[in-house]
Write a protein that binds this ligand. Structure first.
Ligand code: FES
Length: 159
């Protein structure tokens, strides 16, 4: 049964009527028109659908929409714009960390969450964070380089 719901996504309030058990991924894509999060496995196992909920990485395919009420949801679209990318997005571009791009949403969101929680992560922490993010193209090394590049740039800027 659908119910009215107010979702805060990328700083914008979305008044929607949805079944509260609907996976957040479907609500974001179908009702909010945000296609950054991708459908990969639908089981919480690949990371393609990753969004931030209160700055923590979450698998939108297994989070019921009702659980996101009262929290701040951020999707890839909320990180930056094509004209002004976030520093994480820019580092992924600079290290050519994308091939087909399908996993990219999850990789960028996971990196963003990690660097929010741990500003200067160890190599082991970086690798551990991405254990659940699958990339069929094999760009994991570039993805790790992108994360290190963000850290270097932030340290240089004293951020
Ligand atoms: Fe959500 Fe794979 S689609 S983890």
């Amino acid at each position: 049964m659908t119910k009215p719901i107010l979702l805060n996504v990328n700083g914008v309030g979305h008044e929607l009527r949805v079944d509260l058990d609907t996976p957040l991924l479907y609500t974001l894509r179908n009702d909010c028109g945000l296609n950054g999060p991708k459908y990969g496995c639908g089981l919480g196992a690949c990371g393609a659908c990753t969004v931030l909920i209160d700055q923590t990485a979450a698998r939108a395919c297994v989070v019921p929409t009702g659980q996101a009420q009262g929290h701040k949801v951020v999707t890839l679209e909320g990180l930056g714009t094509p004209e002004l990318l976030s520093d994480v997005q820019l580092a992924f571009l600079d290290t050519q960390a994308a091939q087909c791009g399908y996993c990219l949403n999850g990789m960028v969101m996971t990196a963003t969450a990690l660097l929010h929680r741990v500003p200067d992560p160890t190599e082991a922490q970086i690798r551990n964070e991405f254990k659940g993010n699958l990339c069929r193209c094999g760009t994991h090394l570039e993805i790790l380089s992108a994360v290190r590049l963000v850290v270097q740039r932030r340290l240089r800027q004293g951020a």
